[in-house]
Write a protein that binds this ligand. Structure first.
Ligand code: HPA
Length: 344
């Protein structure tokens, strides 16, 4: 395989000039750079990433630790993180915590050993000592989606409070009064925030949120199924259920169907996080959508800024309610002027 000396000989330049050209050093003339690139091309030269990282002390690699790779929200986040990182010249190594704090710590440890330049994390559990140490240490780090309160690390996330309020207004407008939530783990900020927002929104309508209408889930489908079974066993089951993530909503849908009940005629269902196939279920599912790709781009931008010595920006973007038919038929829109005329 061709080495850097072969490239230098073919280009008629010194090894030092070739090295500077490959690292985009400004002292290299455009003509010399073109000769280097032509020789690289002709010889099929591939720079050795390990050797380069030893020289520069940079791996141009970032770590992404997500809570559950099977959750379509995180899948989309990971894809967009990778796209954005690539355009900025970084590769991404992904670790899937599968909602387990021990796996999360395993990935953080492994990524640090691989000398990544920075770490994007959506913590599965905010109390991990390793995570707290890493956040306080020298590795550039950004929290995405979930964060750890009190830890001084930039955070990129969506705020779902207004959208949850809009959802409760929608449910109330459809006549639903007994409203239940399948919550995520209280140890995650997203888990806690969504149940708090739901409770506050119900309170604004004078509606209670009794304990039996709070199902404790873990953001995975089985927990949504079990919580919904418990709701349906109550003497007065809820009229609508809000699942705090899309997987728990799918579990809830299974449980409802397994009892021979129908959405929304027997019980309404809404989810946090819009996923592509929510439009294909019967009925299509009302959901709170996050600007996931935009969040991913903002998170990579913040991390690369930190790595490259620029001040990073924390970013909060709004989530929005997408009304479909799973809570009841939304009122028909008012007829347009031309429709009114054609009915005359
Ligand atoms: N967990 C599960 N699904 C999610 C989350 C989360 O923290 N955030 C957005 N979708």
């Amino acid at each position: 395989m061709a080495g850097i000396k072969d490239v230098a000989a073919a280009a008629g330049l010194s090894v030092a000039t070739v090295s500077r050209a490959l690292n985009n050093h400004p002292s290299v003339s455009p003509e010399a750079r073109a000769r280097v690139l032509a020789a690289v091309e002709a010889l099929g030269y591939r720079p050795n990433a390990v050797a380069r990282s030893l020289r520069t002390d940079q791996t141009r690699t970032i770590g992404l630790v997500i809570s559950d790779v099977l959750n379509p929200y995180f899948t989309e986040l990971a894809r967009s993180v990778e796209d954005e990182a690539r355009t900025r010249g970084y590769s991404v190594i992904i670790g899937n915590a599968n909602e387990r704090p021990d796996l999360q710590d395993h990935h953080v440890r492994t990524l640090l050993e691989r000398r990544i330049d920075g770490l994007l994390v959506s913590p599965a559990d905010g109390r991990s000592p390793l995570m707290l140490d890493t956040a306080g240490g020298g590795t550039p780090m950004v929290f995405v989606d979930r964060w750890i309160p009190g830890v001084d690390v930039p955070v990129v996330r969506a705020d779902g409070r207004d959208a949850v309020r809009d959802l409760v207004a929608h449910l109330h407008g459809l006549g639903h009064r007994r409203l239940a939530i399948i919550a995520g783990p209280a140890a995650t900020t997203t888990g806690q925030e969504r149940v708090d927002a739901f409770r506050e929104a119900l309170h604004a309508y004078g509606l209670p949120l009794p304990d039996e209408y709070i199902g404790q889930g873990d953001f995975q489908a089985d927990s949504g199924r079990r919580a919904t079974e418990r709701f349906l066993d109550l003497p007065r089951p809820p009229e609508a259920v809000f699942a705090a993530d899309n997987l728990m909503a799918l579990g809830a849908l299974d449980a409802i169907r397994a009892r021979g009940l129908r959405v929304p005629d027997d019980i309404g269902l809404a989810a946090f996080d819009d996923i592509p196939w929510f439009v294909h279920t019967d009925p299509p599912i009302t959901a709170i959508a996050q600007p996931t790709a935009e969040l991913a781009r903002a998170a990579v931008r913040a991390l690369v800024d930190l790595i490259e010595g620029r001040p990073p920006q924390s970013v909060t973007l709004p989530a929005t309610l997408v009304v479909r038919r799973s809570c009841g038929e939304p009122p028909a829109p008012a007829p347009t002027t031309s429709q009114r005329r054609s009915n005359l």
